[in-house]
Design a protein around this ligand. Structure first.
Ligand code: SF4
Ligand code: SF4
Length: 170
């Protein structure tokens, strides 16, 4: 050891799939559902209290990983802006024959407009494909993070987690 800090290895999709917040392929195939990508044991739990369907469980200790109770989740997306780590998404594989809908928090300005074509990025900001903005929720950002609904080619549903551009809010 020479005292250097090893670079943090990016978590893979397969590792995320093995966390309790990631829905099963069967549940994903049925339509809108939350995807919780929170693999670190941190003291945090606002998502648990944000869900009106009690579909997110952390319990005690507070460092438990959030568990998605997938049969209770209707994909409403209320939990998305509750997460300070921007780690909750909603995916809808039934959006159309060729496209999936991915919803994600977006803390950058200017916000895109409905119908705008944008560059869709993966978890690390790398551009994967083009997407069409279907809706921007809470565009003023009052007390809450804006949430973007983006239509993307179906094969990118588990990879697209943001869009390119903008300056971070605040
Ligand atoms: S999408 Fe809605 S129902 Fe599903 S976990 Fe989030 S708040 Fe609960
Ligand atoms: S609010 Fe976000 S960061 Fe906190 S436990 Fe829930 S998913 Fe993880």
């Amino acid at each position: 050891m020479n005292g250097e800090i090893a670079p943090t290895k990016a978590i893979t999709l397969e590792e995320l799939r093995n966390t309790p917040g990631f829905p099963s392929e069967k549940r994903l195939s049925l339509g809108r559902v939350a995807v919780i990508e929170c693999p670190e044991e941190i003291p945090c739990n606002p998502c648990e209290f944000a869900c009106p369907k009690e579909a997110i469980k952390i319990g005690q200790p507070i460092t438990n990983l959030p568990q998605l109770i997938e049969e209770r989740c209707d994909g409403c997306g209320i939990c998305i802006p509750s997460c300070p780590g921007l780690a909750i998404f909603v995916v809808d594989l039934t959006y159309s024959k060729t496209q999936a809908l991915v919803e994600f928090p977006h803390e950058f300005l200017p916000l895109p407009k409905d119908g705008q074509e944008v560059d869709a990025t993966d978890r690390h900001g790398k551009v994967l494909t083009k997407g069409e903005v279907v809706k921007v929720r809470n565009p003023k950002g009052y007390n809450s993070t804006p949430v973007i609904s983006l239509a993307v080619p179906r094969r990118y549903a588990n990879e697209v987690r943001g869009i390119l551009g903008g300056v971070r809010i605040g």
